[in-house]
Design a protein around this ligand. Structure first.
Ligand code: FE
Ligand code: FE
Length: 165
């Protein structure tokens, strides 16, 4: 009979999923920063790239708390979301709608992260892992703030610019 799987297994698998995702995002953000046409959007992507380094480190700390090696597990969802972002870069290069498209792609990434961290934080609570709760919540707040900042940039200029002519 197969070993009984419990919340510990779900927590560990999901941790590996978001660890894979964060490292993919770390590589994608510099490309998004280079692609953006407004300097504000470039700066926002660069700032979040730096924060994402902290996210990777915090996840490594959570693996340590579990006494396990930090190891990613392929996440087809984030691969697909990033692929869609790359399509926008290719298809909207030099176009007025580029930044609005990049913001929408980046918000899809943030929302994916928010759902993962929201779940992991609650599971860590149930598992009584207080230090993990603190680490996961810190990252969750930064993802939510980034999502809000991106909405701000879309409202302030990118969407109007995209509308143009
Ligand atoms: Fe992140
Ligand atoms: Fe993020």
């Amino acid at each position: 009979m197969a070993k009984e799987k419990t919340l510990d297994d779900l927590f560990y698998d999901t941790l590996r999923d978001i660890y894979y995702a964060e490292r993919k995002i770390l590589k994608a953000l510099p490309k998004m920063a280079r692609a953006a046409s407004s300097s504000e959007l470039t700066a926002a992507f660069e700032k979040h790239r730096d924060q994402t380094e902290d996210h990777v480190e915090r996840l490594q700390q959570v693996f340590e708390l579990l006494g396990k090696q930090a190891r990613g597990k392929t996440c087809p969802a984030i691969d697909g979301i990033i692929e869609e972002g790359e399509e926008i870069i290719d298809e909207f290069k030099g176009m007025p709608a580029l930044d609005a498209g990049l913001i929408s792609a980046a918000q899809a990434v943030e929302h994916y992260e928010i759902t993962r961290y929201g779940t992991l934080k609650r599971w860590a609570e149930v598992l009584g892992m207080n230090e993990a709760v603190r680490l996961l919540d810190q990252t969750l707040s930064e993802e939510a703030k980034t999502d809000e900042d991106l909405t701000g940039l879309a409202d302030a200029s990118a969407n109007q610019m995209a509308k143009a002519a």
